[in-house]
Write a protein that binds this ligand. Structure first.
Ligand code: NAP
Length: 479
């Protein structure tokens, strides 16, 4: 039976509109065309910004309880239509049915957290009398919305990473223009549908679909846009930072996250946590485990058991309950990963399992003895490949972990408190997970990296801080 192609519209202000041109959306698992979406023009972007100016004024005047109500209603809409949101994620992305379900649940949580955090946007009083001559002044700080937020999002969590920008933006009283990844625009459009259903006034939210390389410059460069919230790759983030000018930015970028396994680790836990951390979403996860450093006495046992568990993973059709690993986001990306594995092998690395590609599917792959000049040793692989190397000591493991241009999250397995604290202090990352792999995130924690992994933090409350400005107020009292 021929697949039905859905013709989507994008949301500009309160209206669902077409564009002069269209883009195709494919199921990466089958290569089938599943939808067409508008390919926005620069004029469409300008129109979205114009509407967002009105939206920002409206949003700022919504009372906190009105914002909370809208966010709760949007969350409830998604909950009531969970299956259809799950199916949209499965169709357009790499996610298996179990992974897609988790993402929808997290999106609901992100929106509910946004509603709750809306009531906690507060400020402190300022003790002016600390300065001689200011004894008669009293004052405080309050937070006000930045205005228009531009939200540019990646393909790997096509719903929840959009919610991580839209939820806080609305909670803080802003207007927001979303530019989702061209490979996975459908979930973002469905999220917009939830907000319209929840009664969000027109012009507060736009979702414009189109090629980032064509339409993001006029968005991020525009003076009326006051905050650029970007999640995506390092190179794209670097380009955007050159263009934004004098405005706030949040950069949630990539990583090649390490996890350290010391000889006193609980091996069972370490294996199950690092196997799932390395291969979830076919390795396309910014905090996915890419490098594992194992202390010598445990190395061979760990490697053997890790490979055994990896071989049990089932690669296959995304919609089947028993599938562990789906396709990569495109055959092009799968070929890139395949070529990085081949290069490492040529330079002397050993392939312990996996290494094969069929169309967009790459087998979960374990490499050892990877030389430092191999691309996969230093760059973000963003695919189902993990490097497992032995180390002599904690110190060596920390040095190897820090020897990276990235610094998002790291994990360490040890039973010793002193060792854990040493790692916490010396690992140069935005997060350190003890007795867990690097792949730990809840939606309410501060999330972000240092070095090439970005600037700023998301995790609703922290995104709200970034999407608001502080205003100092001082009253001079008469003596
Ligand atoms: P990407 O290629 O950098 O694309 C991200 C977004 O930027 C897309 O919407 C893309 O639009 C847009 N874009 C592309 N070229 C642009 C340009 N010249 N100017 C402005 N925007 C442009 O990233 P991806 O492949 O979708 O996602 C994978 C990356 O995201 C990985 O590096 C991963 O680690 C990172 N990531 C980070 C986090 C985090 O929270 N730290 C979370 C998830 C993912 P088009 O799709 O139209 O090209």
């Amino acid at each position: 039976m021929k697949n039905q192609i859905v013709q989507e519209r994008m949301l500009i202000g309160g209206e669902w509109v077409k564009a002069k041109e269209e883009m195709d959306v494919f199921d990466p698992g089958t290569g089938e065309l599943i939808a067409t979406v508008p390919s926005a023009s620069v004029e469409d972007v300008k129109e979205a910004i114009k509407k967002a100016k009105d939206g920002a004024e409206k949003s700022a005047t919504l009372s906190v309880h009105e914002r909370m109500n809208i966010l709760h209603k949007a969350a409830s809409y998604i909950e009531a239509n969970k299956t259809s949101f799950v199916n949209t994620i499965i169709a357009e992305s790499s996610k298996t049915i179990r992974e897609a379900r988790k993402e929808v649940i997290r999106c609901i949580e992100t929106l509910r957290l946004s509603a709750e955090e809306a009531r906690r946007i507060d400020g402190q009083t300022i003790p002016f009398s600390q300065m001689p001559g200011h004894e008669t002044r009293v004052g405080y700080v309050y937070r006000f919305p930045v205005g228009i937020v531009a939200a540019i999002t990646p393909f790997n969590d096509p719903l929840n990473l959009v919610a991580h920008k839209v939820g806080p933006a609305i909670a803080a009283g802003n207007a927001v223009i979303v530019k989702p990844a061209s490979l996975t625009p459908l979930s973002a459009l469905r999220l917009a549908e939830a907000f319209l259903h929840a009664g969000l006034p027109a012009n507060i939210l736009s979702v414009i679909t189109g090629r980032g390389s064509n339409i993001c410059d006029p968005l991020v460069e525009h003076d009326d846009v006051r905050f650029v919230s970007f999640t995506g790759g390092y190179e794209t983030g670097k380009e955007i930072t050159k263009k934004v000018g004098v405005k706030k930015t949040g950069m949630e970028l990539g990583s090649n996250s390490p996890t350290i396994i010391l000889k006193d680790a609980n091996v069972e836990e370490a294996i199950s946590s690092t196997v799932s951390g390395a291969f979830g979403v076919a390795g396309q996860n910014c905090i996915g485990v890419q490098r594992i450093y194992v202390e010598y006495p445990l190395y061979q046992t760990f490697l053997t058991r890790f490979v055994k568990e990896t071989k049990k993973l089932k690669v296959g059709t995304k919609s089947e309950e028993t599938t562990d690993i789906g396709p990569m986001i495109s055959e092009k990306e799968a070929k890139r990963v395949e070529s990085w594995i081949a290069e490492a092998k040529k330079l002397g690395a050993s392939i312990c399992c996996g290494g094969e590609r069929k169309k967009a599917y790459v087998e979960p792959t374990v490499l050892t003895n990877v030389p430092t000049q191999a691309t996969i040793a230093t760059q973000e692989v963003f695919g189902p490949v993990v490097l497992i190397e032995p180390v002599d000591s904690l110190q060596e493991a920390i040095e190897q972990s820090n020897d990276s241009g990235y610094g998002l999250q790291a994990g360490i397995f040890t039973e010793k408190l002193e060792t854990a604290f040493q790692a916490i202090h010396e690992l140069q990352f935005g997060g350190v997970m003890i007795n867990d792999s690097s792949d730990v995130r809840i939606d309410g924690m501060p999330f972000g990296g240092i070095k090439g992994s970005g600037i700023g933090r998301e995790g609703v409350r922290y995104a709200i801080e970034a999407m608001t400005e502080q205003k100092v107020v001082a009253f001079k009292l008469q003596k």
